[in-house]
Design a protein around this ligand. Structure first.
Ligand SMILES: [Zn+2]
Length: 330
């Protein structure tokens, strides 16, 4: 029951559909593998969703105890608030929309049992950890062996998916948080009581309310960046024809390598947009779309340059021929 962002909704761009395509699990053995293996390590419990986040061995409680999640009055309560209210058998944390049947009461006892020995760490904050690695930090190899152990026949799909994931760790974490809708966008901050209703407006001052779909897709300020990037890649014509028709092409049905290149670029654009949103809030930044495009060109250049032996191009060439350069290595 993770509140995933549905990129397919309200978005005509084939880029977004390509991203959604991967996220929705096309080609994945178990589409839940990603969200299931990013778990919350609880500190004070303040920034973890009691029902939706995976913070116990049973996975998200909303799934393990789906019936109670449906019946729960407060579906967005944090682990800390739930603990304070009391999650013992007759604790005040349990508030139901109707009186429970006897057999349901017995199930509650099971759920309470799962929580029984859980201790909050008041001096630490909650954080995401990658569950598959012994050190609980991200490891491509651990993800890869997990996936390929399940079914060798789909290795190709995973390979391309994980390959795209081979962007910097901080970008990976950002992307996971984005897909789990766990970025501190204004709507999320409002829901957690961090900001007030009148502070909900988009960080670009466009005047609309800020949620993840608005910020990364619909906002006038940032949608301009997508246009500029398409243009840079020489794909500007895609904006003038039926975008939907290009979805399959961009999603890489004709070859995984194309998916890799597109997703690499998409991920980087998302990251730069998010950094810019942060700058606007904390440093009163006001960069133009063109400035952001230049940032994307420069950051991707240095990343590729320092990570791919085959990436032998100089910066002026990269700026002029991005697709050619990407094709050489992906
Ligand atoms: Zn906006």
């Amino acid at each position: 029951m993770l509140r995933r962002v549905r990129f397919s909704e309200g978005v005509g761009s084939s880029w977004w559909r390509a991203l959604n395509f991967v996220w929705s699990g096309r080609g994945l053995i178990d589409p839940r593998w990603l969200s299931d293996n990013i778990v919350r390590k609880i500190g004070d419990g303040r920034s973890t969703d009691f029902w939706a986040d995976s913070w116990l061995e049973v996975g998200p409680l909303a799934r393990a105890f789906g019936r109670f999640y449906d019946l729960a009055v407060n579906k967005h309560i944090s682990v800390a608030d739930m603990f304070e209210a009391g999650w013992a058998l007759n604790g005040n944390g349990w508030k139901w929309r109707r009186r429970l049947f006897v057999w349901e009461e017995e199930l509650v006892a099971q759920c309470v049992g799962v929580l029984a020995n859980f201790v909050l760490q008041g001096d630490a904050t909650d954080r995401w950890v990658w569950n598959l690695h012994p050190l609980q930090s991200y490891s491509v190899r651990s993800a890869y062996s997990y996936l390929t152990a399940s079914d060798g026949s789909s290795m190709e799909d995973f390979a391309s998916f994980l390959w795209v994931k081979s962007v910097p760790l901080k970008v990976n974490i950002f992307i996971w948080r984005l897909f789990l809708n766990r970025l501190p966008t204004k709507d999320n901050l409002l829901r957690r009581g961090v900001i007030e209703v009148h502070q909900e407006l988009c960080s670009t001052n466009c005047g609309k309310a800020e949620d993840v779909v608005h910020l990364f897709i619909q906002c006038d300020v940032y949608s301009q960046v997508w246009h500029l990037v398409l243009n840079w890649l020489g794909l500007s014509t895609a904006l003038h024809v039926s975008l939907g028709g290009h979805a399959e092409q961009f999603a890489g049905v004709g070859g995984n390598s194309k998916t890799s290149r597109n997703l690499f670029t998409i991920i980087w654009v998302l990251f730069v947009i998010w950094k810019d949103q942060n700058d606007r809030i904390f440093q009163m930044g006001n960069d133009s779309g063109v400035t952001l495009l230049e940032r994307i060109k420069l950051q991707t250049y240095w990343w590729l340059k320092s990570h791919y032996v085959l990436f032998v191009f100089d910066y002026p060439f990269w700026r002029l021929n991005p697709l050619f350069c990407l094709q050489a290595i992906m």
